[in-house]
Ligand binder design. Structure first.
Ligand code: HSE
Length: 285
């Protein structure tokens, strides 16, 4: 039996829509695989009741097919489904790594990224690699049509998950179809600043570089209390705040000594608008 811990991830980071991602040091899924004649999937943990166990409908079914690796698969969910923290991606990524090892397929971590992305497409409708890439490679990742690049980074973060539902499909529908030259120039500048910040493990540059005039403002409207929570986080010391993935989680970048205050401020601000939430004091890992 092979056991793999697959970390939660946060995609986009504001200015890097569908391109940037980071692995978080918590929460995580744990995937166990054992060789079998036919594939079965057992799911426990947070939100497991909402996830199909039929391999045709589960994120790991396509991974099994791509690796020709039938197995008895146990998934212990630590990452809530529909959280904006890469829940389906964590399971697909963990299964890809575990099955590659179980069957000695010999694929590199980078080669496993498109395979896991196909698995994710089963549930999200599109094969984005911006969550599976960091879950497999760790650190900060840049996923483009040309492939995936990753760098180690150490950045303190708070991921705050409200008890509301935002579907990725709905969150993609509100993304503007066009951008002005001014918005484009701002976004490119911010994305470049963020990438340099990650390479230097510099929270100031990462926080500044998360600002995004295009996608985040449209998606913020889907998250009850977004503006108040963002303001509260910044007053408590967050350098940058954005939507994590397609939401509803919000991601704040800060210095280590502000993490607890930022987490408390975000929870309080959600509570003020009647929304229960949970905060993870985490970091890029
Ligand atoms: N980049 C994707 C999005 C991540 O924001 O829609 C969610 O799958």
């Amino acid at each position: 039996m092979i056991t793999v811990r697959a970390p939660a991830t946060s995609a986009n980071l504001g200015s890097g829509f569908d391109v940037f991602g980071v692995a978080l040091d918590r929460p995580a899924d744990v995937i166990r695989v054992e060789r079998a004649d036919r594939t079965t999937i057992e799911i426990t943990g947070v939100g497991s009741q909402y996830i199909p166990t039929d391999p045709e409908k589960n994120t790991v079914g396509a991974v099994v097919d791509a690796l020709n690796a039938p197995a008895r698969i146990e998934i212990d969910k630590g990452v809530r489904p529909a959280s904006g923290l890469g829940s389906s991606a964590a399971s697909a990524a963990g299964a890809a790594v575990a099955l590659n090892e179980l069957y000695d397929r010999g694929l590199s971590r980078k080669e496993l990224v498109p395979i896991a992305a196909e698995g994710e497409a089963v549930v999200s409708g599109a094969a984005h690699a911006d969550n599976v890439a960091p879950s497999i490679l760790g650190g900060f990742t840049i996923a483009t049509e040309q492939g995936v690049e990753s760098v180690d980074a150490d950045i303190p973060l708070v991921a705050c998950l409200p008890e509301i539902a935002v579907s990725t499909r709905d969150a993609r529908e509100v993304v503007p179809e066009t951008a002005s030259m001014e918005q484009l120039v701002k976004t490119v500048g911010n994305a470049a600043t963020l990438a340099v910040g990650m390479c230097q493990s510099n929270p100031e540059l990462v926080g500044q570089g998360m600002a995004d005039p295009l996608v985040t403002p449209a998606r913020a409207k889907l998250i009850t209390g977004y503006d108040a929570v963002s303001t509260a986080a910044q007053q408590a010391g967050a350098i940058g705040v954005t939507v994590s993935g397609s939401g509803p989680s919000m991601l704040a970048v800060c210095h280590d000594d502000r993490r607890r205050d930022v987490a408390t401020a975000m929870l309080d601000a959600f509570a003020d608008v009647g929304v229960e939430a949970r905060a993870y004091q985490t970091r890029v890992s």
